[in-house]
Design a protein. Structure first.
Length: 340
């Protein structure tokens, strides 16, 4: 089913100084010795050049710039054979407070990259989210598949949905060699402290009580970031052009269960948290059916022991307070202003 393997030599990785993009760069550096990476990252509040530390000299170069800068993108694409597009404004709560950077980066940025891919014949892999499919009821036996209709709920997910549609149109109309993947909730080291799991871990490390939105019964489908990276590599190199692949690891858990697991893992009373104002429009449940990527590409997640991955993640935040301290102050100031 899969097409002949594509063997990129130089990849532009947009958003490679963020959580998942930097993990992907580490993963490629470790597993694909012949590949050179050029990270294009604007270093917003979510980007940190330190996330690329430890990648061997010569394997990965950081270019600080904006995916909306057509001239810069064109110049980088002249010297690349593929682009893996992670760069985005990625946090739902921020999109509710101010949607405008989401439209700019997620929609216009993807358009600029697609135009450059078209002009320079660069293979394009678009990293997207399961949130484009909206949400499922808690008691719905269904999971998302590649055929599920788009029904995004938030400003964030609607801009990601728009970007996916641009990729599909540029493939069909202009023949851009593109693939898309839609993944579920990632966790692991170097995730920004605004996100659920790192926010609660760092609250406990600071002696603050964790904060749960609403009734906490919302379900998310957790995958370790290493598994997302290996799946993106499979789709980039062996996926069929024009196709979408859903990435998930059968990791459905309610928020309250995840929070209790964090507290127990950190030696705390599992009930020691506060309930705070719910997120407006809060999606109830996400769940991925990963049958297609398993069947067509033979991909399997390896980091499927959630409690072991969580314990490692807790240890990473415990050992790296200088990495998160300033970002934590800024994120908590934003949450306080929102009553969360
Ligand atoms: P992140 O917020 O941690 O990182 C985003 C990176 O993009 C940062 O380094 C930031 O500086 C950079 N960036 C933002 N705007 C830019 C611009 N205009 N030009 C260049 N760089 C810019 O995000 P993440 O959680 O690592 O998510 C990466 C991608 O994966 C996103 O596209 C997101 O939609 C998708 N995704 C995330 C998850 C998840 O659970 N976090 C799940 C599925 C899909
Ligand atoms: O599903 C993939 C998506 O997962 C990605 O596309 C997004 O980029 C990523 O941010 C993530 O979106 P969520 O909104 O699911 O993740 P977040 O970490 O913000 O929240 C996870 C759940 O936890 C969600 O139901 C809201 C809840 N929550 C979040 C925070 C920050 C809380 O209960 N308390 C909190 O303090």
């Amino acid at each position: 089913m899969a097409t002949e393997a594509f063997e990129p030599k130089t990849i532009v990785v947009t958003g490679g100084a963020g959580f998942i993009g930097s993990n992907f760069c580490h993963w490629v550096a470790e597993h694909e010795p012949g590949v050179r990476m050029v990270v294009l990252d604007k270093l917003t509040y979510a980007g940190n050049p330190g996330n690329l530390a430890g990648i061997p000299e010569g394997r990965c170069e950081l270019v600080v710039g904006d995916v909306c800068d057509a001239e810069l993108v064109g110049w980088l694409f002249e010297h690349a054979d593929a682009c893996v597009h992670f760069a985005a404004e990625s946090h739902n709560d921020n999109s509710i407070a101010d949607p405008s950077p989401f439209l700019e980066t997620n929609v216009r940025g993807t358009y600029v990259l697609l135009e450059a891919a078209r002009k320079h014949g660069v293979r394009f892999h678009h990293v997207s989210t399961d949130e484009v499919y909206g949400d499922l009821a808690l008691d719905d036996p269904a999971r998302f598949t590649e055929e599920t209709p788009y029904r995004p709920s938030s400003p964030y997910s609607s801009t990601k949905a728009a970007s996916d549609l641009l990729v599909r149109a540029w493939h069909r109309t202009y023949g851009v060699a593109a693939t898309i993947s839609n993944c579920s909730n990632n966790y692991g080291p170097r995730q920004h402290v605004e996100k659920f799991i790192p926010r609660q871990i760092t609250n406990v490390l600071r002696g603050e009580r964790p904060k749960l939105y609403g009734d906490g019964l919302n379900m998310r489908d957790w995958i370790h970031v290493d598994d997302h990276s290996s799946a993106v590599w499979e789709v980039l190199t062996r996926g069929r052009l024009g196709e979408t692949y859903l990435i998930g690891a059968d990791g459905e858990r309610s928020n309250v269960d995840v929070l209790r697991a964090v507290l127990e893992c950190m030696g705390q009373d599992p009930g020691a948290f506060d309930r705070v104002r719910d997120r407006p429009g809060h999606d109830r449940r996400y769940a991925i059916d990963p049958a297609k990527i398993r069947r067509e590409l033979g991909w399997r997640p390896e980091r499927t022991d959630f409690l072991a991955g969580l314990a490692e993640t807790v240890e990473w935040y415990r050992a790296n307070e200088p990495w998160w301290a300033a970002a934590k102050d800024a994120a908590e100031a934003r949450y306080a202003a929102q009553g969360q």
